[in-house]
Design a binder for this molecule. Structure first.
Ligand SMILES: Cc1cc2nc3c(=O)[nH]c(=O)nc-3n(C[C@H](O)[C@H](O)[C@H](O)COP(=O)(O)OP(=O)(O)OC[C@H]3O[C@@H](n4cnc5c(N)ncnc54)[C@H](O)[C@@H]3O)c2cc1C
Length: 418
């Protein structure tokens, strides 16, 4: 790397801090559209070779796919994504069969244009595609691992990379995840909702095929989701033909006890919550646990700065939408920036940033409120509430327009005006 005193100055339209899924996908989308972009991550980007199966996966909603297509990433995923064709929502209790009243969403009911609800994509696959594609884009420069300082004024931003070049950019994007140093430096307050719950994440191999059906089983201690993944060649010796991701919420003390169980007991706890429709199940890869909380930044923008992804919001994983909201931020911001650059306008102007905030903040706030409301509604065992929500489930099941609205929201196909 270059000495700071002699470091050259590079110019770029956009400088993105954070090459995670949101920052990385945004960088690829912009660079594919020939917007000159720099992306900086403080961590080394993991090797591009395919790492070992680790059990984590994202539900990528249908509305997020164009970002990965236009960013040149979808075709580079090393493992085929598993389509989600149907979703079944049930209310139940651990160890008992699911309640008779359930909601069944068939992707064909969402509209004539509707394909799958989304796809299950292994987290490692997305990383591999990102890290392989970013260095190939002529309009994108990647610095990682790198530490940088950022100075913003009305006229532009200056980013100084330690032992590296200085970058003059029109816009800085904070995509550094929940703790976002840029958000904090800009003094943007956040509202946080602690959940006192922990998310348990793993993958399971099962005897019978899932036929693309995702199950969301609402239990008093928190929601339990089984999400259909594509067959995996290397998840276990000999390959695993039937694989699902499990995202399971428990109160924190219980989650700690579950994490400490041996595999045989952990498998039994999964089976008690999942039911027996997939036959015998066992965990493959690792088990992961995440403390859960929701968060929303009061503003998404500041002088020459836009927040995107987890830097701007965090929601309960009850609907598998966290990353999708970040992808929708990236889609909205990329559209505005590309339009400005093509028109010879300023991609970091306060007018553009205000439009970005108007497009994204209400949508994210709505999803935060919906996921928070669902968690509160279902994470209780009080009889009256159970009865009311079972009747609600039955009513939504019969009300086609309402059901369709829910489906399009989950697919990321409905958008608030802005
Ligand atoms: C239990 C659980 C299950 C989930 N399941 C799903 C799901 O099924 N579907 C879904 O859509 N979402 C899901 N999510 C949410 C999803 O994981 C996050 O929304 C997503 O990782 C956010 O991506 P990001 O790029 O914004 O941030 P991050 O993934 O946090 O990436 C931030 C990047 O910035 C870098 N960075 C940090 N600080 C700096 C700095 N100072 N300078 C430069 N770089 C920096 C980091 O190294 C990292 O590479 C789940 C979350 C949890 C907790």
């Amino acid at each position: 790397m270059t000495d700071t005193l002699t470091a050259p100055t590079l110019t770029a339209d956009v400088c993105i801090m954070g090459a995670g899924p949101v920052g990385g996908a945004l960088a690829c989308r912009l660079a594919e559209a020939r917007v000159s972009t720099v992306v900086i991550d403080r961590a080394a980007l993991p090797p591009m070779a395919h790492p070992a199966f680790d059990g984590r996966a994202y539900a990528i909603a249908a509305g997020s796919r164009p970002l990965l297509d236009l960013g040149g990433l979808w075709g580079k995923l090393p493992e085929p994504p598993g389509p989600i064709m149907d979703i079944r929502v049930t209310d139940g209790r651990i160890g008992r069969p699911a309640a008779r009243l359930h909601l069944h969403f068939d992707h064909r009911e969402a509209g004539e244009d509707a394909g799958p609800f989304g796809w299950m994509v292994e987290a490692r696959s997305l990383r591999v595609a990102l890290n392989a594609h970013m260095p190939t884009l002529p309009a994108l420069r990647v610095f990682a691992p790198a530490e940088a300082t950022v100075e913003r004024t009305d006229d532009g931003a200056t980013i100084r990379i330690k032992n590296g070049p200085t970058i003059a950019a029109r816009l800085v994007v904070a995509a550094e995840g929940r703790q976002s140093p840029l958000r904090q430096a800009a003094g943007i307050p956040v509202t946080r909702l602690p959940y006192h719950q922990t998310g348990l994440v793993c993958a399971i191999s099962h005897e019978r095929p899932h036929h693309g059906l995702a199950l969301e089983h609402f239990l008093p201690s928190g929601p339990f989701a089984q999400l259909p993944m594509a067959a995996s060649a290397d998840a276990e010796a000999g390959g695993a033909p039937n694989v699902s991701a499990i995202v399971w919420t428990e109160r924190t003390a219980m989650a700690e006890r579950l994490m400490a169980l041996d595999d045989a007991r952990f498998n039994r706890e999964i089976a008690r919550r999942l039911g027996d429709h997939l036959g015998a199940v066992h965990v493959i890869g690792q088990r992961w646990s995440y403390p859960l909380s929701a968060m929303l930044a009061h503003r998404y923008v500041d002088t020459r700065l836009a927040l995107a992804g987890d830097a701007a919001h965090g929601i309960h994983p009850i609907a598998g939408q966290g990353l999708n909201l970040g992808f929708r931020d990236a889609i909205a911001l990329a559209d505005l920036v590309i339009e400005a650059v093509e028109a010879g306008a300023d991609p970091g102007s306060s007018a553009l940033l205000a439009r970005y905030q108007r497009r994204r903040r209400p949508d994210n706030m709505l999803m935060l409120a919906m996921t928070d409301g669902l968690d509160r509604l279902f994470s209780t065992d009080r009889r009256a509430i159970r009865l009311a929500r079972d009747l609600g489930i039955a009513a939504v099941h019969r009300a086609t327009p309402l059901k369709r609205l829910f489906m399009r929201q989950a697919m990321g196909l409905s958008r608030l005006a802005g």
